[in-house]
Design a protein around this ligand. Structure first.
Ligand code: HEM
Length: 413
């Protein structure tokens, strides 16, 4: 049995990785080696980059680490509140230990990688069935509630088979083309809602309205509205002045589920389940809420499909990712539910947070902002209302998104 460790990837020059968790067998681990521990001394970045770049392959045990005792390390993590500042801790440790280091935390063993060349080598070596670390607390929730698992929690051939079917409705450009108008509609309504708020609540400075806000709650609402429209083919009215309590609760549940995940990764969560620890109870309650939110919409989608599928299909009406999956019937209902729930849970904060990064960067680079805006306007004017064409004519916007995703250290799907 090969020993399993998590490889956490943080690409050079980025702001920190959210959850790129990869698992590979020990024997394939050390592609480029780092040197031994440098007595805790922090050196210049250039030195760090050079360190360990002699191209030799070395063994797992030779990878420098932050201490052998996982529980001692975990206590340090807690005392210094490192979970909330993980990127800073990783930055410091890369500086101290070089571009590949190991970290033992509670029940987990991670290998962290810094250099893009090493990351690329790792990804290229994965083959058709990449192995992912199973997020155990999530998997346990599915088991105790007898839900199926979606692609996020699967590996091997089973993962690949489901993933190929999902790609057709989520990833392929033909699918994107179909749901782009839905996103466009939500984005337009969002801008309109903000414009009205600025006019209503803003103060006038040099004949222009100006309003200072924290965009985070609005961006979360935007992401959820857009996700629901694409996934369920349904608008849920989050831009109204009184959005439903149900939707607010869904956002809260996603936030709670994400916030309780990191500590549970390093603790014996089955023990916490047995003793009914509040951390575990909160995690499971949040997931239950996410599932029941999805469940209600899947039921509605199913009924809609039953009532109007012929008419809808005859009109060529796009029924959202859920409608497409139900119509094709290649995935079982349980698997559709599992994957739709993962898409809903996975799409909200991952969209809202990079959008906030983007606004921040464009806000502090007004010249770039103006160039991007001009190009988008010119491209729209020529696209004849086709959002896909408009996007193709706005490479600066694409460049902005790519740069923001680089800053988020994104490697999704
Ligand atoms: C910038 C935004 C996003 C970031 C940074 C992000 C991050 C990630 C990462 C790091 C993974 C693991 C990839 C791997 O194991 O190779 C992942 C997988 C996944 N993400 Fe995202 N994600 C983002 C947006 C989304 C959105 C919008 C959705 C849903 C609409 C989503 C749904 C999923 C799913 C279903 C998986 C599992 C894929 C599989 O294993 O086949 N993500 N994401």
């Amino acid at each position: 049995m090969p020993t399993r460790v998590t490889v956490r990837v943080r690409v050079q020059g980025t702001c920190g990785s959210r959850n790129p968790l990869r698992v590979i067998p020990r024997s394939t681990l050390c592609v480029t080696a780092a040197e031994s521990v440098v007595d805790g001394k922090l050196e210049g970045r250039k030195e760090v980059r050079k360190r360990g770049m002699d191209g030799q392959v070395r063994g797992f045990e030779e990878i420098p680490h932050t201490g052998r005792n996982g529980w001692v390390n975990l206590v340090k993590f807690w005392r210094e509140d490192r979970f909330r500042q993980l990127h800073k801790h990783m930055d410091r440790t890369f500086n101290a230990l070089g571009p590949i280091y190991r970290e033992h935390l509670g029940t987990q063993s991670n290998v962290n990688i810094f250099l893009p060349s090493d990351v690329s080598e790792l990804f290229l070596s994965e083959g058709l069935h990449p192995e992912r670390m199973t997020l155990e607390p999530w998997a346990t929730h599915r088991e105790i509630r007898q839900h199926s698992k979606g692609v996020f929690l699967k590996n091997g051939e089973e993962w690949r088979a489901d993933r190929l079917l999902l790609n057709k409705e989520v990833m392929m450009s033909s699918a994107v083309k179909r749901f782009l108008p839905l996103l466009d509609e939500v984005a337009r309504d969002f801008c309109q809602m903000l414009r009205m708020r600025v006019e209503r609540e803003g103060r006038v400075v040099e004949e222009k309205h100006s309003l200072t806000i924290n965009p985070s709650p609005d961006l979360f609402r935007f992401s959820l509205e857009a996700s629901c429209h694409v996934i369920y083919g349904e608008r849920i009215g989050l831009f109204s002045s009184s959005p439903s309590l149900e939707s607010q609760k869904f956002i809260w549940a996603v936030e709670r589920m994400l916030a309780t995940t990191p500590p549970l990764l390093y603790l014996p969560h089955r023990l916490l389940l047995l003793i009914g620890a509040p951390l575990w109870t909160q995690h499971v309650t949040a997931w239950d809420h996410i599932f029941s939110h999805a469940d209600a919409r899947i039921q509605r989608g199913y009924q809609r499909l039953g009532q109007g599928s012929e008419a809808g299909a005859a009109r060529g009406h796009y029924t959202g990712v859920l409608g497409q999956l139900l119509e094709k019937g290649q995935l079982s209902l349980d698997l559709i539910k599992a994957n739709i729930t993962e898409l809903m849970a996975g799409g909200v904060d991952t969209t809202a947070v990079p959008l906030q990064f983007a606004l921040f960067e464009l806000g502090r680079n007004p010249e770039v902002q103006e160039q991007v805006r001009q190009q988008v306007r010119a491209s729209w004017a020529q696209a004849g209302g086709d959002p896909q064409k408009a996007l193709q004519g706005a490479p600066l916007l694409k460049g902005t998104v790519r740069e923001i995703l680089r800053c988020n250290s994104c490697s999704c799907m």
